[in-house]
Design a binder for this molecule. Structure first.
Ligand SMILES: [Zn+2]
Ligand SMILES: [Zn+2]
Length: 348
């Protein structure tokens, strides 16, 4: 008889049900872990809303969860040992194609940018997880389980800031007050930004943003005068704007706020196939649009180090630690326009 475990299964639109399911079987090259912690990500919300993952051919129950760490219980044929703490890089890649071989594993030709654990296959909103040893990394003792759940959002942030080419004294605008937005603000400050401004559409996370303390200016993204206000406050526009929402209005705010010749880094993704923006302003002001997703394998390893060295203080971003049974409620809170939750971490 199969060994069973609890998993938070996506059972329909806006619906997660904790079920008892078989522990996934190990294949060649896999390791098995007992999941210690898994962060709830903004991109999970899209799947929660639609009630399905990204893989139309997925058979049986599907559960999300891609920001996770755990303790090795079966090391298979890998070099890991049972009892070791590991964090998984959720970014699946082949390791063979031209992109992988040039250190651009996150753009692997074989997987086409969307092949993530917890998106195309079952993730870690469960008591146990089985995956390729290849994607697992030993955790330093100085990184707690909850801190490790922030490695994934920090890697996205780190890659985006590197993509922006941020220089000392640059003025930075961040559009979006979720975890990635607030982490970008912090990292941009560490990287030498002279001013970091945040555009938001409500005040639900203002207390957290202020507590983290790396933001100098706030703008209301819904203010019809926002373009003039941002241009005036930044003395002619920001050098770099980060779009961390994945919506037309947020991209427009970036294009409104950036100076002529400035850059917009787009991190937010959208379930809508197209997103409208002011083409003329982008063209006539020679604004550079830069896409940014995940990070390279090297940057993932560096991100573990950034967390271990407390370049940002991971615990500052975590507002709630919950069990699998509270996951449904957690998603309801994250989509609420008034709930102050920023980062929820599940301990199965
Ligand atoms: Zn994530
Ligand atoms: Zn590849």
């Amino acid at each position: 008889m199969a060994v069973m475990m609890k998993a938070a299964v996506l059972t329909g639109p806006n619906e997660i049900t904790v079920k008892t399911v078989p522990v996934p079987e190990m294949k060649t090259g896999d390791i098995k872990i007992k999941v210690s912690a898994c962060g709830v990500c903004g991109s999970d919300i899209h799947m929660w809303k639609t009630g399905k993952g990204w893989n139309p051919n997925h058979k049986g129950d599907f559960w999300m969860g891609h920001e996770f760490c755990g303790v090795v219980t079966d090391a298979g044929t890998s070099g890991f040992k049972p009892g070791e703490r590991v964090v998984f890089w959720a970014n699946l890649y082949c390791g063979q194609c031209d992109m992988c071989r040039s250190g651009q594993e996150h753009l692997c030709l074989d997987v086409n940018g969307t092949n993530y654990i917890g998106f195309v296959c079952n993730g870690a909103y469960a008591e146990q997880f089985v995956g390729k040893a290849f994607n697992a990394y030993r955790l330093p003792d100085s990184v707690s389980d909850v801190d490790a759940a922030l490695i994934d959002p920090l890697m996205v942030t780190y890659h985006a800031v590197l993509r922006s080419g941020l220089k000392l004294h640059d003025k930075v605008l961040v559009v979006g007050d979720g975890i990635i937005g607030l982490m970008i603000a912090s990292l941009a400050k560490r990287a030498g930004a002279s001013v970091v401004a945040l555009s938001k559409i409500n005040d639900r996370r203002l207390y957290k943003a202020k507590e983290i303390g790396d933001i100098d200016l706030y703008f209301d993204g819904n203010d019809p005068e926002r373009a003039q206000m941002m241009q005036k406050a930044s003395g002619g526009g920001f050098d770099i704007a980060f779009e961390v929402v994945g919506a037309s209005s947020a991209l427009s705010t970036c294009i409104d706020g950036v100076k002529a010749g400035g850059k917009v880094v787009m991190i937010g993704n959208s379930i809508e196939p197209t997103v409208a923006f002011e083409l003329n302003r982008a063209v006539l002001h020679e604004i550079t649009l830069i896409g940014s997703v995940s990070c390279t394998e090297k940057e993932f390893r560096e991100t573990i180090d950034l967390i271990a060295k407390k370049t940002i203080k991971p615990e500052r971003y975590v507002t709630d630690i919950v069990g699998l049974d509270d996951l449904q409620k957690s998603f309801e809170r994250l989509v609420s326009p008034t709930d102050p939750a920023l980062k929820i971490v599940v301990k199965p």
